[in-house]
Design a protein around this ligand. Structure first.
Ligand code: ME8
Length: 541
């Protein structure tokens, strides 16, 4: 993101727009939760962040799905798009825009974009002959196709990458001069090594660019595809669904009117399956239209179930609504973000969710909050006071060297979390927080404040100091956890009595101010109401 205007940075984050031929599953929610976490993190940092998601509603496979469902296409799209909308809302996805490719504003953006490509001479009429996969809405080179047999034993050709059936297609249509852009794409990537992250995918794209790029068919004959945006000035042709879909990112930015404020700061979150479209086709289209390229494309791998791709036929599709009903929305979000490693495929398993949420949210984090705030240990129900005689800086009062290590770790935590959030490594950020939560529990356990005699002045000061340090740690964890688990974070901060204007990123930088000899605004403040357990342990099924 870059600074625009006065002092507030702007940032624009997108998810892919999802096909409406299937119901939303855990993989779609993962992309949305990842982007949501990034958006909330940017807001927390004080940025002016915009966050878009939506549905991809044109193309042959949607046309076929609507027809199989016996529904008029737009009605069918509206129904399924509504399901994505509902699932995302119920998973606390705080998007600022939900775009549908069947909207008028999008059609106008696509028509304008097409006219620009045509005007600059990058689109020409020709004949496309080659393999096409409808489920992937993708054209394939002969090297990407392999022999196979269908369920009846008939010989067919399939895409090597997706395994989907391909068909030979020969059509008159419009082609985009993709071949002109190979060198420019290589130059863009070489001078922007962070343009595609993680690095593994950056290298993969560079490797793809080592071979020639054929020109790309960007329209289909209307006789074969009616469900799409007609080519401006040629109603016999329909615009290729991927060109149509990619422009959604511009539509949301306000294209073709005032769009640069957002377009200059766009970050795409995508799955690895659509890397070629985002890292080759899209930048080439943008170069052709003389528009800025994305600041970064964040790629994540896939969730599998028992090592297998989720599919309706295998019956292993994980429904996000069922999972969030069982584990709570924050439980599911925490699992996905804490266990999802972008570089590699990860396996979803209910038992793993139970184990992680019970140990880290219920026992570790919930236990710590409970210890600091339970009336048995905190009868005055206040944010306890810090005494630097019992916790002197650099030398030993009652505190021991491990305690200073805890202070050091938590002081450095915001920077560590920032570094990982900035690179979309949510799992590392959450791991770092979880390590500190464990250290804090050990700190309380080590000093066992429940054994101190609070009628003795010195013991009482030490008792309160232990609680103060623990509460300060919790306050930092609460602030840093807001992007990932907003409900859990709010519960922590509200119980600690931290006001909503004290929850910004900068507030996480004033850890243990009294230890630094500064004024502590929280000391002695009444705790917020007790709203019960932070996270209820989940029973194993
Ligand atoms: O490709 N694990 O839409 P789509 C993780 N409409 N993420 C997954 C996943 C899994 N198992 N399965 C899907 C399209 N995803 C196009 C995109 S964008 C201009 C057009 C996520 O409905 C992941 O983000 O097939 C993947 O890239 C996307 O859903 C594909 O969704």
């Amino acid at each position: 993101c870059t600074r625009t205007g006065e002092s507030r940075r702007s940032c624009y984050i997108t998810t892919p727009i999802f096909y409406v031929n299937a119901a939303p599953h855990i993989g779609h929610v993962y992309s949305a939760v990842t982007a949501d976490c990034l958006h909330r993190y940017q807001l927390l940092q004080g940025a002016n962040s915009r966050f878009a998601t939506g549905t991809d509603e044109h193309g042959l496979k949607i046309q076929q799905a609507a027809s199989t469902a016996g529904k008029e296409p737009l009605l069918f799209c509206t129904e399924v798009s509504g399901r994505f909308h509902d699932v995302f809302r119920s998973c606390n996805i705080a998007y600022t825009d939900f775009v549908r490719t069947t909207e008028d504003r999008h059609r106008r953006a696509v028509e304008h974009f097409w006219a620009k490509l045509l005007d600059k001479g990058f689109i020409y009429k020709g004949t496309y002959e080659g393999w096409y996969s409808t489920p992937d809405e993708s054209f394939l080179a002969p090297s990407q196709v392999t022999e196979s047999t269908d369920s009846t034993g008939r010989e067919i050709k399939i895409s090597t990458e997706s395994g989907h059936k391909v068909e030979w297609m020969k059509e008159h249509n419009y082609l985009f001069r993709l071949s002109d852009f190979r060198t420019s794409l290589q130059e863009w990537l070489r001078s922007n090594p962070k343009a595609i992250q993680p690095e593994k995918f950056y290298h993969l794209v560079l490797q793809w660019l080592e071979t020639e790029l054929p020109d790309l068919s960007v329209s289909r004959q209307r006789s074969r595809l009616q469900w799409g945006i007609p080519v401006p000035g040629d109603p016999e042709q329909t615009i290729y669904v991927w060109l149509d879909a990619l422009v959604n990112y511009l539509t949301v930015a306000g294209y073709p009117e005032k769009y640069l404020q957002w377009w200059n700061v766009v970050h795409h979150v995508i799955g690895k399956d659509i890397l070629k479209f985002h890292a080759i086709y899209w930048p080439a289209f943008l170069m052709a239209a003389e528009l800025p390229l994305p600041q970064a494309i964040y790629v994540h791998s896939h969730w599998t179930v028992q090592g297998k791709k989720m599919s309706k036929s295998l019956g292993n599709v994980i429904d996000p609504l069922e999972s969030s009903a069982r584990f709570t929305v924050d439980g599911l979000r925490y699992f996905l973000l804490r266990q999802g490693v972008p570089d590699i495929d990860c396996d979803y398993d209910d038992e793993k969710v139970v184990k992680l949420c019970n140990s880290e949210l219920a026992d570790s984090l919930g236990g710590l909050l409970n210890r600091c705030t339970a009336p048995s240990l905190n009868p005055e129900q206040v944010y306890s006071s810090f005494c630097n005689v019992s916790f002197p800086k650099g030398s030993s009062g009652r505190a021991v060297s491990e305690d200073y290590k805890l202070v050091e770790a938590v002081s450095g935590l915001p920077a560590l979390v920032k570094q990982n959030f900035d690179q979309l490594r949510m799992y590392k950020a959450l791991e770092a927080i979880s390590v500190c939560v464990r250290l804090t529990n050990s700190f309380v356990q080590r000093h066992a404040p429940w054994k101190l005699d609070c009628t003795d002045t010195e013991d009482k000061l030490w008792h309160d100091t232990i609680l103060h340090v623990s509460m300060e740690c919790l306050r930092i964890y609460g602030i840093l956890l807001q992007p990932a688990v907003p409900v859990v974070a709010d519960k922590i901060l509200s119980r600690l009595g931290v006001r909503s204007d004290e929850r910004s990123w900068d507030n996480a930088l004033d850890f243990l101010s009294k230890y630094e000899g500064k004024h502590c605004p929280y000391e002695g403040r009444a705790l917020g109401p007790d709203t019960g357990v932070l996270y209820n342990r989940i029973e194993r099924s």
